[in-house]
Design a protein around this ligand. Structure first.
Ligand code: GDP
Length: 332
């Protein structure tokens, strides 16, 4: 029996696909919106084809937002559509501002106009914290973004808070730290390492060139983070939460673990290329998840070792021609 309808923007990306799987298991009717239905159908993970409905929605089209909400009548709306690139957080600041920032105001307006009982979850980002941040970061940490991407996400968070307080909407922001999976885009360092470790193991490549091996991140499994966002919308009150693993690991440790999984020593294959260093790195990014633990009963189930093994194993299987679990190559 179908109990609820959920609308997910950016359904063909990593988070959209994991959330869709979770919601289908909870017997939701799942509708995904995308800029291009034909492309999104091709990008969907195999298990979702035919199970989710896809509708076109250009996030810059405000009238379409109202039209879609009136048509679909969702109880829950998850906004995962965003411009997201590991190193491209400075590229095209105007488009990033439109899609990652202003589009959220459009959605909130559409909810206010159509049905104020719709529960809304915005996928925010640790990128709202800039170089001057304290560490670890919590919901109370002052947000001083250092990139157009972070600034747009912060604008969206502010609108979520304003609509929650001023109009009483059930609107939440999930401040997400890095979350990875076999469905992560190849631009991100975790997936690049996992895939290359698998290729080297299979004799398809012989070296892996990376930037700064000492860079550290708070990496978790995307499947855990979408569960956190779903839990946020099941509460009595809307609020914002940091979702993170609460620990950091270096790129070097990630390599050690990934190559170790296939029985190789990363030092024999990985080349550190100083030219590929980022010009600036943020403060040590690590989330404080006390609030999510306490209020949602949420904590990550998949640790770093399990995450790395899952990613390398998935790439090994895909490269050896076994059925793919990867599907969505785009991040959200
Ligand atoms: P994000 O920067 O946290 O969004 O995620 P990335 O996966 O793009 O980068 C994580 C860290 O890995 C950054 O500090 C990068 O400087 C570092 N890094 C080292 N080598 C690479 C590489 O080849 N590609 C990417 N994307 N990042 C790298």
């Amino acid at each position: 029996m179908t109990i609820k309808t959920a609308l997910i923007t950016g359904i063909a990306g990593q988070d959209g696909s994991y959330l869709a799987e979770l919601l289908l298991a909870e017997e939701y009717r799942v509708i995904g919106t995308t800029r291009d239905v034909r492309r999104a159908s091709a990008d969907l993970v195999a298990g979702l084809s035919g199970k989710v409905e896809l509708l076109e929605w250009n996030m810059l089209d405000e009238r379409r937002a109202t039209e879609l909400l009136a048509l679909c009548r969702p109880q829950e709306l998850y906004n995962f559509a965003a411009c997201s690139f590991g190193s491209g957080m400075y590229d095209d600041p105007v488009e990033i501002g439109e899609v990652n920032g202003l589009a959220v105001a459009r959605i909130l307006e559409a909810i206010r106009e159509t049905d104020q009982s719709i529960r809304f979850c915005q996928a925010s980002s640790r990128e709202i914290f800039g170089a001057e941040s304290e560490s670890p970061q919590s919901e109370q940490t002052p947000a001083i973004p250092r990139s157009p991407y972070g600034a747009a996400k912060l604008y969206a968070d502010s609108m979520v808070r304003i609509y929650r307080r001023h109009y009483g909407l059930f609107a939440c922001s999930a401040i997400l730290f890095n979350h990875e999976s076999p469905r992560r885009g190849l631009d991100f360092v975790t997936r690049k390492i996992a895939r290359e470790a698998a290729r080297i193991k299979l004799g398809l490549a012989s070296e892996l060139r990376l930037g700064n091996l000492e860079a550290r991140r708070d990496w978790g499994f995307a499947g855990d983070y979408v569960r956190g966002m779903w839990l946020m919308l099941q509460q009595r009150q809307a609020d914002d939460y940091v979702l993170a693993s609460g620990e950091t690991h270096s790129v070097r440790e990630f390599c050690e673990c990934a190559f170790g999984y296939v029985g190789l020593d990363y030092r024999d294959y990985v080349q550190e290329d100083a030219a590929a260093y980022r010009p600036s790195e943020p403060t040590l990014l690590v989330g404080n998840i006390s609030k999510a633990k306490q209020a949602l009963g949420w904590e990550p189930r998949v640790g770093i070792r399990e995450l790395v093994s899952m990613m390398v194993e998935a790439d090994l299987q895909t490269l050896s021609g076994k059925p793919s679990v990867i599907g969505a190559e785009n991040s959200v």
